[in-house]
Structures are given as C-alpha cells and as structure tokens.
Design a protein around this ligand. Structure first.
Ligand SMILES: *Cc1c(COP(=O)(O)O)cnc(C)c1O
Length: 494
C-alpha cells in the first residue's frame, strides 16, 4: 500500500474501530447519562498543533476514541430523555458503516445505482408507513430543519408561480409578497428555514395557540380569511414540549379555501401515524401539501437523517434541481437523488433508512411508538404523584413537561425546577433537560430512544423523584403531605 497517504492496515483499522464502537455500545446501559468532561476540557483534550506530518491510521483512531470518550453523551443510552433525540439503532449504525465504507456519492443514479435505488425504495416504504400519498416526492436530507427548508422552498416556488412569478429564476426581489401563517408555538427550526429562504422569521403572521401549543382553529380561520395573494400555512404534528397536534381537518379546510400551501412540521410526531393507538392524533394530515419528518428521531436512524416530502413533485424538483452537462440526466422512471435536496455530493442516506425500515418493519415501529408513549405516561404519572410536582401537559404522545415546587410562587418554582434538573444531570442515572413554557421553567421528558424500556422509565422516574426530594430539602421546603397533589394541571391518564 502507498506509504505517502499513510494507507493503513485496513483490517487492523476497521477491526479496531468496530471493537471500540462495540465496547461503547455495550457499556451504554450503565454508562453515566451525562458527559464527564466539559466543552473546554474537550477542546483541550482534542487540541494540539496543526498536524504537519501524517500519522498511522490506527494511532489516529485510537487517539480519537481515547480523547473523545469523556465528552460523549449517552444519547443512544436507554435513559436519555433530553431533547427529542433518537437512539442510533445498531442496525442503522451498521448500515451507516457500510455506507461510509462503500464511499458512494449519492448524487445521481448512474454514479451509484445502489444509492439511488435505496432512496427510491425507502421513500416508497416511508410513504406507505406514514400513510401519505404514494406519489409524493421525498428528499433525503440531514434532518427536519433541512426538510422544512426544502419543502418551504417548493412552497415558495409554487405559490409564486400561480401568480406568474418564477422565483427560481428571478429571486424574491420584486416578487409579490408571500404571506406566511404559523402557530405561535411552532418549532424554532421552522423559523430558521424561513430565514434561509428570504421569507423572514419575523415577517410572519403568528396564529394564537391554545394551552397545548396547537393553533386555535378559529384564530387560524380568521387569519386565513384575511389572505388574498400567495400564502403558506405552517402547521405542526407533535409540539416539541407537549407532543400536541394541530387540528388538521379544520386548518386544512380554511387554508385550502384560500389557495394556501400547507406544510406540516412532523419531525417526530408524524410517526404517530405509524401506530394504530396514536394515528388518530394526526388524522387528516395527509391532506397537506408537504411534510418534514426525521429519520434520526423516532425511526432510530443514526444522524443525519430527515425527509422532505412534497405532494407537488414538479414544485419540489424546480426548487432543488441541479443540472450540468457532465451530470447524466435521468429518464422519466429514473430518480436522481440530487433533484430533491440542496446538495450534489453527499452521503448515501438511503441505505440506513432502508435498513431501519427492514429492521423494525411496520409492526416494530408501531410497537416502539406505543411503548414510548406508555413509558412517557407512566413516568409522568409517577412524578405527578409526588407532592409539589405538577404535570403541565396531557401526555398524548411521548412528551411530558413537569414543574417542581408547583405550589410555590413562580420564581421559586423556576429555581426549584432548575435545581431538580441540575441534580438529575449530576446524578447521571438519566438525562433530562429544561425549557421555558408559558413563562415558567419546566422539566422536559422525551421518550424516544430505541433502547428505552418501561424499567428504564421507572428507574429514571425514581431518580427524578429522589432529586426532587433532595432539592426541596436543600431549600428547607418540607414536601407537603402526600395526597394533596398541589398544582397538578392535568391529572394524567390512568
Ligand atoms: C427536532 C425537531 C425539529 C428539527 O429537526 P432536526 O432534525 O433537529 O433538524 C423540527 N421540528 C420539531 C417539532 C422537532 O422536534
């Protein structure tokens, strides 16, 4: 092998990487669910002078693993409930290894027929499992943020084309203005997508939301009634804090009556459709014009994996298409991945999705979604039974938000809730985060990791309860007698 590029002993290198990865994964269930080292410590561990001379690959990979370990988070661990983060399922990881090893540039179907075909087939299966129209186009992107960017680019082009403006050719300067209606509790990344597209994150009509974070249909109807020109409505399947769903049938009918394009941010929540017990939550969503959904959340595909799904295939392609004389053009029945995403050269993202859909199957996805929802309800119920703890949402899906010191004045409850989160994180038994909800600080629990079992949920609830007892004792605030259930807004389902 060529010494000049440090061509490694490939067998030693890949076996070592596999052995180290295996060791990490096998230790995950009992690994501390909080990183041991801080960012500053990790910068110091990974730093050094700019490498001048190459180093043998096995040394590099050993050094990387040794240096990175203390700063890794157990995001794929069974008791990770912070943010909405999937568990990088072992089958997805293995498919990703092959993808990397194969070194395919996924841009077009002649360059890599396998990569293009995996996307075509995985797209068909995704649409079937999500019960979306089978003729939709699917772009394999890095996540829901980029999925919203792609879908809203298609929306922008389509609504302007209807009034005679070609935004892909002529840009936005001088174009008729587009009105964007969006729920007041929409996910922050949708505003990012609007920002990238020149639609402006502040140039929107924010529609009032109810206590669950859903758009109020009457408020939406009133806002839609004022629409005259090109317009886009952005809805949500699965609110990031409460897991709640917009009322699609009502919103779709007011929006479509005005010729609006309706986009759905369903990063995790769209998977509710794959489970008979939760499918009703997203009923009617199939009537929308585009959808964002993640593979790296509920489907457990490793990062980066998201899907931009668009009903109007032509609008999708016009918004994203890349063409050049040296890039072979696809025939009608040949799908080139590049036409549905912003990038030309990229990883062959279809393989890991194809593998996860095979590994779980429709039934496995349904069972996992149902299990996660049951665990979320159980954790919420166990915690809300503690005096001074309030559950602030109806746990319709996999998300629970809790307030500690709920019977105390707001500032005290904020600081107690923060203290409990800090104690849970310091305890490392499980990981939860916080957020501001309706002006108050809350603990967020997202049950979405493929490895999480009911026993993990109960173990985490015990750790959180202990942290609450410690935090309230430390503040010399004796817990109220059991059974008074101060401040519980929603009692939680049985
Ligand atoms: C996670 C999430 C996003 C952003 O998805 P990424 O995959 O992180 O880009 C958007 N919307 C909702 C509701 C989410 O939960």
């Amino acid at each position: 092998m060529a010494a000049e590029d440090n061509a490694p002993d490939i067998e030693a290198l890949l076996r070592m990487a596999a052995a180290r990865a295996l060791e990490f994964r096998q230790a995950l269930p009992e690994r501390a669910h909080t990183p041991a080292a801080s960012y500053a410590e990790m910068c110091a561990r990974l730093d050094g002078l700019t490498p001048e001379h190459g180093q043998p690959g096995t040394e590099v990979i050993a050094a990387l693993d040794d240096a990175a370990q203390p700063g890794l988070n157990a995001m794929a661990g069974p008791r990770f409930f912070g943010w909405v983060i999937g568990g990088s399922h072992p089958v997805g990881v293995a498919a990703d290894w092959l993808t990397g090893a194969w070194g395919q540039n996924a841009g077009n179907h002649i360059a890599s027929p396998a990569a293009a075909a995996a996307e075509t087939v995985a797209a068909k299966w995704l649409l079937d499992i999500l019960q979306l129209p089978p003729a939709c186009s699917v772009g394999f992107v890095t996540g829901a943020t980029m999925a919203s960017f792609v879908a809203l680019a298609a929306a922008r082009g389509a609504v302007l084309r209807r009034v005679g403006w070609d935004v892909e050719a002529n840009g936005l300067f001088g174009a008729p203005p587009i009105k964007v209606l969006i729920g007041d509790d929409a996910h922050t990344t949708v505003f990012s997508a609007l920002q990238y597209l020149g639609l402006g994150h502040d140039r929107v009509v924010r529609v009032a939301a109810d206590e669950t974070g859903c758009m109020r249909p009457a408020a939406f109807a009133a806002a839609a009634a004022a629409v005259t020109g090109p317009a886009i409505a952005i809805t949500q399947a699965g609110q990031i804090n409460t897991g709640a769903f917009d009322r699609f049938p009502e919103i779709l009918s007011s929006a479509h009556a005005r010729g609006m394009w309706v986009h759905v941010d369903g990063a995790f929540g769209l998977w509710a459709r794959a489970c008979p017990a939760t499918a009703h939550l997203a009923a009617g969503v199939e009537g929308a014009d585009s959808w964002s959904v993640d593979g790296h959340k509920w489907l457990q595909v490793p990062f980066d994996s998201g899907y931009a799904i668009v009903r109007d295939v032509d609008a999708h392609r016009r918004a994203m298409t890349t063409a050049a004389s040296y890039l072979p053009a696809a025939a009608e029945d040949e799908r080139d991945p590049v036409h549905y995403v912003p990038e030309l050269s990229r990883r062959a993202r279809g393989f890991a999705t194809w593998a996860m859909l095979r590994a779980l199957g429709r039934e496995g996805i349904a069972a996992m979604v149902a299990r996660h929802c049951a665990i979320a309800r159980r954790m919420a119920t166990l915690l809300a039974e503690q005096s001074g703890v309030a559950l602030l949402n109806d746990v319709v899906l996999n998300q629970a938000i809790l307030r500690f010191g709920a019977d105390r004045p707001d500032a005290e409850g904020d600081s107690l809730t923060e203290a409990v989160i800090a104690r849970v994180q310091a305890g490392k038994e499980c990981f939860v985060g916080g957020a501001r909800w309706r002006g108050r600080w809350v603990m967020r629990i997202s049950v979405i990791g493929g490895a999480t079992t009911m026993a993990d949920g109960e173990r985490a609830a015990a750790a959180i309860s202990a942290a609450w007892r410690d935090a309230s004792e430390a503040r010399a605030l004796p817990p109220r007698p059991l059974g008074t259930r101060q401040g519980t807004v929603f009692p939680g389902p049985p």
